[in-house]
Design a protein around this ligand. Structure first.
Ligand code: TRP
Length: 333
């Protein structure tokens, strides 16, 4: 489809790490590059507010997300990059959709249920730490998606249910008021490999085992040295396909380099050497983006300019659709 709308949101809740890059950013940049329709990628700062309630932190993380995408090659001439909070129509639609969403649908959302289960295990009240923004998080996400008539929503597996909820809410609206919203589909990356963190578990902020993308080279080297390995001796042959180091290496090296390191594993390589190879590949890849990221973070007014231009383009789509929605519910002006 040539006028297909691809949309995704990125929540500013922590430093962007290698796992985010491999699992979400890289595939989303590929999708945007391949699409000849419209790609809308935004910083879900008001979703971030459900977790981050510190002024400097929320602001810096939001800039950090924008700078990350730009540094890694997002072309703001092709992809509409904006801040959710710069598009007030999203929040107006959020209320309209809230009134059409049964509370039970929110009770059943996995993210909310996971917090409740955790609280119960700790012997706490089920809703401890749950604010209303967190509870209704999927409705705001539905507004993000539906306001742009999105066809495709690239997300991680944990967000599939949220896109299904957006569909469900769109269907309810359409049933009651007549065909208005497109029903969105999610896209999940084919690369379903779990990206291992320093301790071998999935790389995740919540396990505190991440390798942040834009640390200085010597910090990157130190972190890579910390990746957990087994006790096979340096000269012993190693299985590349069960090695976390090799798995990460494959994401950054060329096919020839990958084949070469594979051979070295099979004939025996020390973990220290393998880590050095990984460091070199990751660092070579990140050198340019790191510089670009640091330059952007030192000039937030440049980021603002790009985001404001993005918001202008986004609102050119959002304003007429919201007007149509308001007229459908009986609030013509
Ligand atoms: N909830 C998503 C996440 O945590 C972020 C997000 C917000 C989003 N709004 C969206 C993703 C709309 C896709 C579409 O990753």
């Amino acid at each position: 489809m040539s006028n297909e709308i691809v949309l995704t949101g990125i929540k500013p809740t922590g430093k962007v790490h290698l796992g985010n890059y491999i699992g979400a950013i890289k595939p989303a940049l590929q999708i945007a590059g391949a699409s000849n329709g419209t790609a809308l990628y935004f910083i879900a700062d008001y979703h971030g507010l459900t977790f981050i309630q510190n002024r400097d932190e929320l602001g810096n993380l939001s800039y950090g997300i924008a700078a990350t995408w730009l540094a890694l090659g997002l072309d703001p001439g092709r992809v509409v990059l904006y801040r959710q909070s710069d598009v007030p129509e999203i929040f107006e639609l959020n209320w309209i959709l809230s009134c059409l969403t049964p509370k039970g649908l929110m009770n059943r959302a996995h993210a909310y249920k996971a917090i409740q289960d955790q609280n119960e295990q700790l012997g706490l009240d089920a809703d401890t730490g749950v604010n209303m923004g967190l509870f209704t998080y999927p409705i705001l996400m539905a507004a993000d998606i539906l306001l742009f008539q999105s066809d495709k929503v690239p997300v991680g597996k944990d967000q599939i249910q949220h896109v299904e909820i957006a569909r469900d809410i769109a269907e309810r609206f359409n049933r009651n008021y007549g065909d208005t919203f497109k029903l969105p589909d999610y896209i999940v990356g084919e690369n379903t490999a779990v990206i291992p963190g320093l301790d071998g578990r999935k790389m995740s902020k919540s396990y505190n085992n991440t390798i942040p993308l834009f640390e200085p080279a010597d910090t990157l080297k130190k972190l890579i040295r910390k990746i957990k390995t087994d006790s096979t001796l340096p000269h012993e042959p190693k299985d590349p396909d069960t090695s976390n180091i090799f798995l990460l290496y494959k994401e950054f090296a060329t096919p020839a380099q990958i084949q070469d390191l594979r051979n070295r594993y099979l004939s025996g390589i020390s973990w220290g050497e393998a880590k050095q190879e990984l460091f070199q590949a990751v660092n070579a890849f990140l050198e340019e983006p790191r510089k670009k990221y640091n330059d952007l973070m030192a000039a937030p007014e440049q980021i603002d300019q790009i985001l404001h231009e993005g918001a202008r383009k986004a609102r050119a789509i959002a304003v007429p659709l919201l007007a149509k929605v308001k007229s459908k519910i009986g609030l013509e002006n």
